[in-house]
Ligand binder design. Structure first.
Ligand code: ADP
Length: 378
């Protein structure tokens, strides 16, 4: 087991003037499950491949434990990689596939057999050891690929979208299995995915990348509760956080017909930048409905004199999930229509075409600079 350190690690592909990975700084703890996530092309695979030794490092360094591995060949790094396309050898049995790397390394037969049997037990593959890959389900093949990595007892596991070939249901099952397995084995793991749900459910910590730049690294909970900038705010969470540009008002921000209080520090920072608006983030579950079709729902609406409080949302679509429902609607902000998603109680679902008035729940706003995208205070 070991720590993994990216120290200002940079990769610039030949012929490109922009780094694919730009001065990446990440310190991964011994035994930690770290997920690299971000949209396609953000540099996740490149970062992983730099750690694997499959990609040159053009600046900075990468360390595994105390060893500087920046320029070591892959075979000397003590890592094992599970790829998206797990490429099992079709003519070999499961056991031979799992033990192949050990055989190449000259490990005695009896020892290979023992290690393969141990790994098969952990992965629930014992009864399939004599089969060929074509006689396995997708999930079983995926576990064989995991087994191949486990038998090598590496210091670090590297996984590049290992679930992307599985169907949706199997993906959910397998992600729980992999996360559980990693915790049992305690082997430091770096895992790449474009799927933020996968990242949030599997990682001890999640690192969000965009355009080769690290945006935030945090526990899933902190990432959700306190996104560092507009990009992370919009990327983490499903349905995504609502991000609404609103004018700064005395003591808060103008939210339709209401002034919603937000931290003074945030407003002061925005004013220092010369901004007259901020972008307020509200998660779908953090709205309070103060009026529905003209009828007051909560006491809050008493704040209004004539006009109802908050933002008026015209309901376009309601997605019922049982306990809850998501209302997809339109609001008018600054004279332009904008989509908004509100989570409501599944037993009090508004009709299509209805008008809701909503305000954020107290303390559940995220305030970002409209100009720079950065989070302003808490
Ligand atoms: P991700 O895994 O997040 O989808 P990649 O790490 O594969 O992103 O790619 C990051 C950036 O580097 C992209 O702009 C991509 O086009 C570029 N890139 C990736 N591989 C190569 C390569 N072999 N040669 C040149 N550019 C590459």
């Amino acid at each position: 087991m070991a720590t993994v350190t990216y120290d200002q690690a940079t990769r610039i592909y030949p012929g490109s003037d922009k780094p694919a990975v730009d001065k990446l700084d990440i310190a991964i703890e011994d035994g930690e499950f770290l997920v690299l996530v971000g949209p396609s092309g953000c540099g996740k695979s490149t970062s992983l491949r730099m750690l694997a030794g499959l990609e040159d490092v053009d600046g900075g360094a990468i360390r595994i434990g105390d060893r500087d591995v920046t320029h070591l060949p892959p075979k000397d790094r003590d890592i094992a990689m599970v790829f998206q396309n797990y490429a099992l050898y079709p003519h070999m049995t499961v056991a031979d596939n799992m033990g192949f790397a050990l055989k190449i390394a000259g490990v005695p037969k009896a020892e290979i057999r023992q290690k393969v049997e141990d790994a098969a037990k952990i992965l629930d593959l014992t009864e399939y050891l004599g089969r060929k890959p074509k006689a396995l389900s997708g999930g079983q093949r995926q576990r064989v690929a995991m087994g191949r990595a486990i038998v090598r007892e590496p210091q670090v596991f590297l996984m590049d979208e290992p679930l992307s070939n599985l169907d949706a249901k199997l993906r959910v099952q397998t992600r729980t299995q992999i996360a559980g397995l990693q915790r049992r084995l305690g082997i430091t793991t770096v895992y790449v995915t474009h799927d933020q749900v996968e990242a949030m459910t599997m990682g001890d910590r999640v690192a969000v990348l965009k355009d080769g730049l690290l945006q935030q690294i945090d526990s899933p909970r902190s990432m959700y509760d306190r996104p560092a900038n507009l990009f992370v705010a919009g990327f983490i969470g499903s349905p995504a956080m609502n991000l609404i540009e609103v004018p700064i008002a005395d003591g808060g921000v103008k939210f339709g017909n209401s002034v919603v209080p937000v931290g003074r520090d945030a407003l002061a920072t925005a004013a220092d930048k010369g901004d007259t608006t901020v972008t307020v983030g509200v998660r779908p579950e953090h709205f309070e409905i103060v009026e529905q079709n003209g009828a007051a729902v909560a006491a809050l609406s008493k704040a209004s004199s004539d006009a109802p409080a908050g933002l008026a949302v015209t309901v376009n679509v309601v997605e019922e999930l049982g306990a809850d429902a998501y209302v997809y609607g339109t609001v008018e902000v600054g004279g332009a229509p904008k989509d908004l998603v509100v989570r409501v109680n599944g037993r009090q679902v508004p009709e299509k075409g209805a008008t809701l008035h909503v305000v954020p729940q107290p303390g559940e706003t995220h305030v970002f600079s409209t100009s720079s995208g950065e989070r302003l205070a808490d």
